[in-house]
Write a new protein. Structure first.
Length: 255
């Protein structure tokens, strides 16, 4: 599904990602962890075309190279993401937030839209039905017409994930989806990630700091420190790796 080879990126001489490589198979859930500033979000930004690698490397999605392509081109191929800091349209309703993303898949041309032809109305109806379907999956039916910014933090996260999924991606990148959630919300999120991965046969690559979430959902975990991979393995392997424990939590700590 995703193959990254020797990805390297720096910011004004500061090495953020150093020779990073990974292969992610179809319908797998893979975790990416590491201390703050380890380069995790930078990797997501490189995958999604926010900026191209500054010092080399290659990114392949379904055997096609996407290195340095524009974000909308990458999204059209089936890669979508959420953000560490929630980026909803706060003054728009929950339904409108989801509709915005679904319009990406509309095929009606500008003439049909301006003239309000039957094909336009038909597709608009299909788009709204699809948005409502995803809102139902994420338990958002009761807040469809509420401003997204007025919702509790945990429900805003659900809106953001629903908005990403309505584009019907093949690969979903989740950047700290449990950030700001309490323990109960984080565990609910864990169940939800398993559910959507199975229901939509998704491949998921996630960054997460809450250990119960990443250890409970990821099949394999890559660990970064100062932009470099220091360990790769199952959650059990990672929990018992001295290098990971020292780099991530400090000497003598336990995950």
């Amino acid at each position: 599904m995703l193959k990254i080879q020797n990805l390297t990126h720096s910011f004004e001489g500061l090495l953020a990602v150093n020779d990073f490589s990974i292969e992610i198979e179809d319908h797998k859930i893979i975790g990416l962890i590491g201390p703050n500033g380890a380069g995790k979000t930078t990797i997501f930004n490189l995958i999604t075309g926010v900026y191209p690698p500054s010092r080399g490397g290659h990114i392949f999605f379904q055997d096609q190279e996407i290195t340095g392509k524009k974000p909308h081109k990458i999204t059209s191929r089936g890669i979508v993401r959420t953000f560490q800091n929630i980026r909803l349209f706060n003054n728009m309703t929950v339904l409108q937030n989801i509709l915005v993303a679904r319009h990406f898949r509309m095929k009606t041309g500008i003439i049909a839209s301006v003239l309000r032809l039957p094909s336009f109305h038909r597709e608009e109806k299909e788009v709204e039905e699809k948005a409502r379907e995803y809102s139902n999956i994420f338990g958002l039916d009761d807040v469809l017409y509420d401003a997204a910014g007025s919702l509790p933090y945990g429900r805003q996260r659900r809106v953001e994930i629903a908005r990403a999924l309505v584009t019907e991606p093949k690969l979903l990148l989740l950047d700290e989806p449990a950030a700001g959630m309490n323990s109960a919300e984080a565990l609910q999120l864990l169940d939800l990630i398993h559910h959507i991965a199975d229901k939509f046969r998704l491949t998921i690559f996630l960054i997460e700091h809450q250990m119960p979430v990443v250890m409970g959902v990821a099949e394999r975990i890559h660990v970064l420190d100062f932009g470099s991979t220091i360990a790769v393995g199952t959650p059990k392997d990672i929990q018992n790796d001295p290098k990971v424990i020292e780099a991530y939590l400090g000497e003598g700590a336990k995950i």
